[in-house]
Write a protein that binds this ligand. Structure first.
Ligand SMILES: [Zn+2]
Length: 467
């Protein structure tokens, strides 16, 4: 039997507002533990939450980018649960009336586009951070004590929930990468996985190909790398197929994916929604976003990354178009005149390898450099590329050094080197062909790296073989 994976994602994104969701404590990564707290986010008795308007605007903007309907009325609820990182005993979140619903996200692919349905995107506050100490490699299993950092408590968090429309680990990884780039371009989050400002949970099930049933799914929690997501999904797909083929049943559970470890460890069996005893937050009125706020956000959207991939793949192949857009390099590509494929390759490969920030590179000057790429020595090209992020970079400063490909210029140099190394010449002629590299090196050194290595190779062979 052929099996079809059915994959859905929940993505959490920290909004990079200046202050937290319901109090005026500063947000930000890297502050000393418990230095950014107040009675509201520490849940002292009698305090009142005040919503962050900017967080609401940004969630609307994200919802529009995901093709969602913006609710005329959204309600904050209390999601009740006990945990040390949650001093109120509940989290303020949105439940049955979220800000954004019923979206559709376009995922371009080699074989055409896929519409990934978005169930909802809602706004909530993050919990504090538990820091597990003493063994267990930072995880609760094996730790002997836990410290709580409340800096993260109350940070604005958007949760995006997709339909189970993804069909492979590779497609899921590409979806997550494109979603991350979209979020970053909207300017609402750094979406840095290392800092935890973007993390995702993935639901996986399998079914016989061609069927439309939804079988029991398992959930991989708190993944913070695209590669881990892909590995974890792939492993889970294979595990579930093996269970069904062995006549067993998949159990609904939450798994903690550990890279390099054979099996994901079960974390807990999945709670049902009613376990949380959701109730409308009595301290907050419903949000009714004004039409102007929604229209303003819509006007600010610009051309989204998925649309740009579709546009660029008409002049490049899909892989290059997707790579440029998801790495945030297509802006430079579009500012740089010249042969499209040559420009795309330089921007995607050499410039990226040189570690340059693409937003700082002058496209016009880079275009001149790409155009001259085959006429100037490789060393000069790389040196120019390395300097191309400087504000006063001028390509012409580096174009003066032409490659020496003219035999009449190279022959005297070659003859001089052969005359000065007669022992090596004799050894070469006696059969030590490997010495050719030595002679090439000498010519390159003599010409300051400007000689065309292809011409040097050819001329050296001709002159050495003429005994
Ligand atoms: Zn606070």
């Amino acid at each position: 039997m052929t099996w079809e994976p059915v994959i859905g994602c929940e993505i959490h994104v920290h909004l990079k507002t200046q202050t937290k969701m319901f109090c005026r404590c500063a947000t930000g990564f890297g502050a000393p533990e418990n230095s950014s707290t107040c009675p509201v986010c520490l849940a002292h008795p009698g305090v009142l939450p005040v919503p962050n308007e900017r967080a609401i605007e940004w969630t609307i903007k994200l919802g529009l980018a995901l093709g969602c309907d913006i609710a005329p009325r959204a309600v904050f609820h209390r999601k009740n649960y006990f945990y040390p990182d949650n001093p109120k005993g509940y989290q303020i979140s949105q439940y049955d009336e979220p800000l954004c619903m019923s979206g559709s996200f376009l995922l371009p692919g080699v074989g055409g586009d896929t519409e990934i349905g978005i169930v909802r995107a809602h706004l909530e506050e993050d919990a504090a951070k538990n820091v597990h100490m003493g063994g267990g490699e930072g995880r609760i299993h094996g730790a002997d004590r836990t410290l709580v950092d409340f800096n993260r408590a109350g940070m604005p968090l958007v949760e995006i929930v997709t339909q189970p429309h993804l069909r492979s680990s590779e497609q899921t990884k590409r979806f997550l990468q494109l979603l991350r780039q979209t979020v970053r371009e909207l300017g609402i989050s750094d979406a840095e996985m290392q800092e935890g400002s973007m993390r995702f949970d993935v639901n996986v099930s399998v079914r016989p190909e061609g069927s439309d049933e939804l079988r029991t799914r398992t959930e991989l929690k708190n993944i913070n790398s695209f590669n881990f997501a892909a590995q974890g999904i792939e492993r889970e797909i294979q595990r579930q197929i093996a269970i069904y083929e062995g006549g067993g049943e998949v159990v609904q559970e939450t798994l903690h994916f550990v890279p390099g470890q054979e099996h994901a460890a079960p974390l807990r069996s999945k709670e049902e929604a009613q376990d949380y005893r959701y109730l409308p937050e009595p301290d907050l009125v419903p949000i009714e976003p004004p039409a102007e706020m929604v229209e303003q956000a819509r006007a600010e959207l610009g051309e989204l990354p998925s649309a740009r991939i579709r546009r660029l793949e008409t002049e490049l192949d899909f892989g290059l178009a997707e790579g440029l857009v998801t790495s945030g390099r297509d802006g430079l590509y579009e500012r740089t005149p010249g042969d499209r494929r040559a420009v795309a390759n330089v921007v995607m490969n050499e410039l990226a390898a040189a570690g340059l920030d693409p937003t700082e590179v002058n496209g016009e000057e880079l275009g001149k450099l790409v155009e001259a790429r085959d006429r100037i020595p490789r060393e000069a090209f790389m040196k120019a590329l390395g300097a191309s992020g400087d504000g006063d970079f001028k390509a012409e400063d580096y174009l003066g050094e032409a490659v020496i490909a003219d035999e009449s210029e190279l022959d005297p140099v070659i003859e001089r080197i052969l005359a000065a190394n007669d022992e090596n010449v004799a050894a070469y002629r006696a059969g030590k062909q490997g010495l050719l590299g030595f002679f090439v090196g000498q010519v390159m050194k003599e010409t300051g790296g400007k000689a065309d290595p292809k011409v040097v190779n050819t001329r050296l062979r001709e002159l050495l073989d003429r005994s």
